[in-house]
Write a protein that binds this ligand. Structure first.
Ligand code: G3P
Length: 214
């Protein structure tokens, strides 16, 4: 699986998100590619491209008196199929994490929960989620991928976890994907190197072909 986190990059906002992602409509691959978009772009992406799209965050609130917050119901109505929870750029307290997982389930949204340390990831494995991600925030948007520096931690996690493990931070090449697979990882989360790539399409194709021998 390839999760493309668009964050709030201008190149991946509004009409530019459509331009950036339009090639995904034509890609025929068994490897699932899921853009994770800003809440304000989910409806547009779903409507104009008709592809699966996830949200970047969900607030721990009930629908109703919660001005300006993002509810699970609103994400579902906008067309999201899933939601990223506890990204290091949008952290939640443990109690809030448990609450938003429950709200996501009630609204049939899939969940990808992020842990920022090995311990946190192991601890999150008990929760009723769909996917578990490990991202070391120090490596986000750098030239050093998490596979280069933390392969042994990742391997250990992949062996211990009951949930499928996704990794992210600094991932930029097919080589990273191959190394992730060797560690037992099921997917990758990518942001900056995708959004800023000269050819995002070419980059995604390279990542896909690195999954293929599986
Ligand atoms: O969620 C993906 C992310 O935080 C990794 O970011 O820019 O290192 O690919 P980046």
């Amino acid at each position: 699986m390839i999760f493309l986190n668009l964050k709030t990059y201008k190149e991946a906002t509004g009409k530019r998100a459509i331009k950036l992602l339009s090639f995904l409509k034509k890609i025929k691959s068994k490897i699932k590619i899921i853009p994770i978009a800003q809440a304000t772009d989910i409806y547009r992406i779903k409507k104009e491209l008709g592809i699966e799209v996830w949200a970047q965050h969900l607030d721990p609130i009930d629908e109703g008196r919660a001005t300006g917050y993002i509810s699970a119901f609103s994400l579902k109505q906008a067309g999201a199929s899933g939601v990223l929870i506890n990204h290091s750029e949008h952290k939640l307290e443990k109690k809030a994490i448990i609450f938003v997982i429950k709200k996501a389930k009630e609204n049939s949204l899939k969940t990808l929960l992020v842990g920022h340390t090995k311990e946190m990831v192991l601890n999150f494995d008990k929760l009723p989620i769909d996917f578990l991600a490990y991202e070391d925030e120090r490596l986000i948007a750098t030239e050093t991928s998490i596979l280069e520096t933390q392969a042994s931690i990742i391997k250990d996690l992949a062996q211990k976890l009951k949930h499928p493990l996704i990794v992210g931070a600094g991932i930029k090449s097919g080589e990273d994907v191959k190394n992730a697979l060797l560690c037992g990882v099921k997917g990758v989360l990518i942001a900056s190197h995708f959004v800023k790539a000269k050819s995002p399409k070419k980059m995604v194709k390279e990542l896909i072909s690195s999954f293929s021998p599986q």
